[in-house]
Design a protein around this ligand. Structure first.
Ligand code: HEM
Length: 404
């Protein structure tokens, strides 16, 4: 049974989580703060559950009985385009697929990418004008360096993947709480664009085999009948587009943080030990993937509530990462805050934890270090081209002025 105080006094869903409200989409933090404090788990009128409290999210989002796609959702909607991908698999199939690429994303494997990422960042910084302005800072620093890294992992030629980032943002709109018919059409288009692009890359790789790269390895597994061509296509799409997608947004948020906190870029440059905590704090506040959606396959008890089999659960990482019980003054940027809480939950929890985490951290750290080597301050010019929904936060453009 649900705790009586929650069922009696609970505000309406619209008051608690106005998913479609533009202000909620822009900055959901006050709504999340109220949930964390008063309803760390709440049952909505449609029978789904939303979990926001840090402790509950950390304890339950990794429950291995949860699955990432409900039976009704499999094979339907725009995201069915990724039904062969790890994100939409669970159990042994999921583990086997992760094994096909995991060795290519270890910390050691990432070390080998630093030079290519740094070289590309310096090339991008050469675009900074006499006036210190970098018009396309999101693309130049948040997409191109990351593409240099992922191109090396995949054994593919470097290309500007800004359109892949845009297409990914379109697909993310199809994952919102209540997508409009137009959102759904655009999500289909987003997948169509990306999968067509990936076809070309796979064709190119078939003619350039033998370098031991990840795509080379996947093609060998196809030849051996150990993975399907479709699965390789979807995974390559996810990694090729993913390289600059969330990292590009975090990079833009880092530039905003450097603007808002004069002196922070100099700290980043002069105190190497502060680099990881600064990046952690940027990622905590940025929370690119606001939520994880899961479905129960057995009854669960979460925070005193009985959640039945087949229920939809939304774990809001963006709320947990600002739970004041864990992060004091949670809305403030403070890279010196105590380390006892795990900010890594921004990369998810449990079986679906982000396989691109090491890649993202290395590429961001390298790009920001190159910026700090050349400049003392950053000013953001105008409003970045943010792409916010109730489920994700991203960016497609930011212009900055660098001061030496
Ligand atoms: C700051 C950067 C990033 C953040 C915050 C982030 C966040 C996340 C989160 C929260 C999940 C879990 C989704 C879920 O459980 O439903 C996830 C999964 C995933 N991410 Fe990332 N991500 C980042 C960068 C990347 C990069 C760079 C790549 C690839 C190059 C990538 C590829 C993936 C894939 C393939 C999955 C699915 C894993 C699975 O289902 O087993 N991500 N990411």
């Amino acid at each position: 049974m649900n705790p009586p105080e929650q069922t009696l006094a609970q505000p309406t869903d619209e008051e608690l989580l106005p998913w479609g409200d533009p202000e909620f989409r822009r900055a959901p933090w006050p709504w999340f703060a109220r949930l964390v404090e008063q309803y760390p788990i709440v049952r909505l009128e449609d029978g789904s559950y939303v979990v926001t409290g840090y402790d509950l999210v950390v304890r339950h989002a990794k429950d291995r009985s949860l699955v990432s796609v409900s039976e009704e959702d499999l094979g339907t909607g725009p995201w069915a385009a990724n039904d062969s991908m790890v994100l939409r698999k669970d159990g042994e199939e999921h583990t086997a697929l992760r094994r096909t690429f995991a060795p290519f994303f270890t910390l050691k494997a990432m070390d080998a990418l630093v030079e290519a990422i740094a070289d590309q960042t310096r090339t991008s910084l050469d675009e900074v004008g006499q006036d210190g302005i970098l018009l396309e800072a999101h693309r130049q620093l948040g997409v191109m360096p990351q593409m240099a890294g992922i191109a090396q992992v995949m054994g593919l030629p470097l290309e500007d993947a800004s359109e892949m980032v845009h297409a990914t943002n379109l697909t993310m709109m199809g994952m919102t709480w209540d997508p409009s018919p137009d959102d759904v059409v655009r999500a289909y288009e987003g997948f169509g664009y990306m999968l067509t692009r990936v076809d070309t890359l796979i064709r190119w790789k078939r003619e350039h085999r033998g370098d031991g790269s990840l795509v080379d390895h996947w093609l060998t597994l196809i030849d051996e009948g150990k993975i399907t061509e479709r699965s390789v296509k979807e995974h390559l799409q996810a990694f090729w587009a993913g390289a600059g997608h969330n990292p590009g947004y975090v990079l833009a948020c880092a530039l905003v943080a450097f603007d808002e906190h004069p002196g922070l870029l100099a700290i980043y440059r002069d105190e190497p030990a502060a680099r990881e905590p600064i990046l952690d704090e940027v990622i905590r506040l940025a929370a690119p993937e606001l939520a994880l959606d899961r479905y129960t396959t057995e009854p669960l008890e979460i925070g005193g509530m009985n959640v039945p089999t087949g229920a939809s659960l939304r774990f809001i990482l963006g709320a947990a990462l600002r739970d004041p019980a864990v992060f004091e003054n949670p809305d403030q940027f403070d890279h010196r805050r105590p380390k006892e809480a795990n900010m890594g939950i921004a990369f998810g929890l449990g079986r679906h934890t982000c396989p691109g985490m090491n890649f993202a951290r290395v590429s961001l750290r390298t790009a920001l270090t190159c910026v700090a080597e050349r400049y003392e301050k950053v000013e953001v010019i105008g409003e970045p081209d943010w792409k916010f929904s109730d489920r994700h936060r991203n960016c497609e453009g930011i212009t900055v002025r660098f001061l030496a």
